[in-house]
Write a protein that binds this ligand. Sequence first.
Ligand SMILES: O=C(O)c1ccccc1NCC(=O)[C@H](O)[C@H](O)COP(=O)(O)O
Length: 395
Amino acid sequence: MEGLVSMKSSASSHPAAIGSLPRRPTFSIRRSQVTLPRVKRFSTAAASIRAQQPDTMDASSAAREEPEIVLKAKEWEVGMLQNELAESQGIRIRRQPPTGPPLHYVGPFEFRIQNEGNTPRNILEEIVWHKDNEVHQLKQWKPIYTLKKAMEDALPTRDFVGALREANHRTGLPGLIAEVKKASPSRGVLRENFDPVEVAQSYEKGGAACLSVLTDAKYFQGSFENLEAIRKAGVKCPLLCKEFIVDAWQIYYARTKGADAILLIAAILPDLDIKYMIKICKVLGLAALVEVHDEREMDRVLGIEGVELIGINNRNLETFEVDISNTKKLLEGERGKLIREKGIIVVGESGLFTPEHIAYVQEAGVGAVLVGESLVKQSDPGQAISGLFGRDISS
Ligand SMILES: O=C(O)c1ccccc1NCC(=O)[C@H](O)[C@H](O)COP(=O)(O)O
């Protein structure tokens, strides 16, 4: 059996990956004497693998021998169930790579599970897999009880939604969430000599209602230190922690670092996760910006109680394609009507560069916009806000 299990450190395969973090080791099974049919539904695969085990190889007996293997197997099963649940809601992003179970778990035979392999299907999936590993490690470093204690010393949260409404009423234009973003997978480095506090202060001076701070290090060259530094520098604009949230632990962590709001992406989170995370946000005094990209995601999110802010991303996070008519499309007809009835503020996100773009999404029905590239690339990002809106919105 020697050499059948390889511990892989699957480094990022995407050319846009900026940094690197060692992944949690995954198991892969090589060679086959018994080949399972190509499987799509992985928990079904898990069940069929189990069904082929001699009684002596069930999880409990394996536990007596190798508890670590059983734990890995359980983790794998949970991951596959998460993938299945997500798929049933039309979510294409898999939360975990469809790696096979640990070898000992599958019994004394050599198995080969035929699947698409462990290559992410697109950048969003790659980010999610990376994030899952990252959070797994961070949780060991700072267990949740230590975060709950840190929250007692955290600065109070500010009203993110209220700041957007106020700016909208004051200017008659969508409230601006200006993004503190050094780099992105689609555009590479946007600003050399990036000073997050300087950019944040400049945005505030230029009339931004709120700020969005990228905290992902690998793909956006952001950090939680940036978020914390901006908060501690006395910037009054409420702060959105722009992160790929896959685990409630990240919400608590964001709160300890000064966030007033967090992002929940419908393309990666099943409805139950969104509901549960919104409840956590309410308890912690945070706003939740729930992001959608297509009609299906919009309909799912409109069915969830307690949503106050919906972001429509004009960027397809799987292909990078940007089309601002996406905002209009998702706000037409019954959806737009329901959103107005519920009093939800819609945020138009990505690809906004000119006053005409702002007017277009405002006409479509947004009460706020989230803008990164077109501002952060300018030498004076705060001053660039007047150019984007066609007039000074600072007072
Ligand atoms: O921006 C990317 O390349 C990207 C890739 C993968 C996942 C998310 C990504 N961006 C997040 C955003 O949607 C934007 O940062 C945000 O909406 C601002 O967009 P822009 O004004 O076009 O910088």
